[in-house]
Design a protein around this ligand. Sequence first.
Ligand code: FAD
Length: 384
Amino acid sequence: MHPHDFPELREGVRQVVSAFDSRYWQEVDEARAFPEKFVTALTEAGWLSGLIPEEYGGSGLSLAEASVVMEEINRAGGNSGACHGQMYVMGCVVRHGSEQQKKDLLPRIASGQIRMQSMAVTEPTTGSDTTKLKTTATRKGDRYVVNGQKVWTSRLQHSDYMLLLARTTPLAEVQKKSEGLSVFLVDLREAVGKSITVRPIRNMVNHETNEIFIDNLEIPVEHRIGEEGKGLKYILDGLNAERILIAAECIGDGYWFIDRASTYARDRRVFDRPIGQNQGVQFPIARAHVNVEAASLMRWRACELFDAGQPCGAEANMSKLLAADASWEAANVCLQTHGGFGFAAEYDIERKFRETRLYQVAPISTNLILSYIGEHVLGMPRSY
Ligand SMILES: Cc1cc2nc3c(=O)[nH]c(=O)nc-3n(C[C@H](O)[C@H](O)[C@H](O)COP(=O)(O)OP(=O)(O)OC[C@H]3O[C@@H](n4cnc5c(N)ncnc54)[C@H](O)[C@@H]3O)c2cc1C
């Protein structure tokens, strides 16, 4: 067992997630519903406030421990995509918020009184080229007035607060294009239906996500997080934790697929023998297992650096890439091993297959990770 395996923590999370069986996940998937009972149960058990410091009502877990929570959800057949925002979006307030913001929000997030699991960064016309985003926030006295459009803003209908990244100084007026962007807290209960119009996007997975139109949204100055113009840095500061937690979800998926595939390969008899006796079936499962294990080691390494307060950008990105690739490989192998039955919804494989595919694209696409490694680790020219 790896020293970071945290058996008691795993057992604690399993006790909560095991109450949500295959039928539960199939029903919410079919209804395209938000898994409300599941998210509430995890919140009430305190698992989603792990990264909130104890002085603000959280349990102050390390990132390594928090990653086990995400891993166990997916390993049990669930989908952390519905709740991972609650675990890390508030990190921006923890790191850069004022004392007033922390005292106001963190204890209420920890207790489950409010949810803040939505973050509006991506825009339809600029995509991965974040510094070119077009939503503007213009200061008018003690308020900012925001106008623009966002896309893929997830879990908005199940959040009370949302983080918003907008440009406060025009691109043409900043020295570095990463400057002049600011982060704001948006009180969704006040804004939705008035200055924010929401258009849900039906998508390949059961992921609550939206296009939003922002029209003269007024935000009080005290809802800006940190300094004006430094918002991109604040968002980027949170991304290492996000990458590592998503890697852990992929690792949980990977183990789930391998477990299902190897069990089926042992049990399913065709041509008078278990299909897993054929090396053409067995070896791809074994290889996928090797890759999930390797990705998990990179996850522990990234967690170790993060929890020691050391730079971990390269490791966080590498763990996300390896884990997303490993879970996708395991998903393909699992589907193939099940033959036709893999396509039947009651086996859960087609659902998990769709869910894990997302991580090649979001929250950062594979190519953008490779370009980060090429540029920042290997010193090659920036490719964009
Ligand atoms: C279900 C879902 C939920 C999401 N939730 C959120 C959310 O809550 N908040 C939020 O802000 N965003 C969210 N996103 C958005 C997500 O972060 C983006 O989809 C992702 O960052 C990619 O951006 P894009 O879709 O605009 O693709 P683009 O930037 O248009 O890229 C398209 C393709 O081209 C490739 N590409 C682009 N430029 C280069 C280059 N220079 N070199 C090599 N390849 C390149 C990319 O890798 C990608 O494969 C979500 C997306 C999905 C699908």
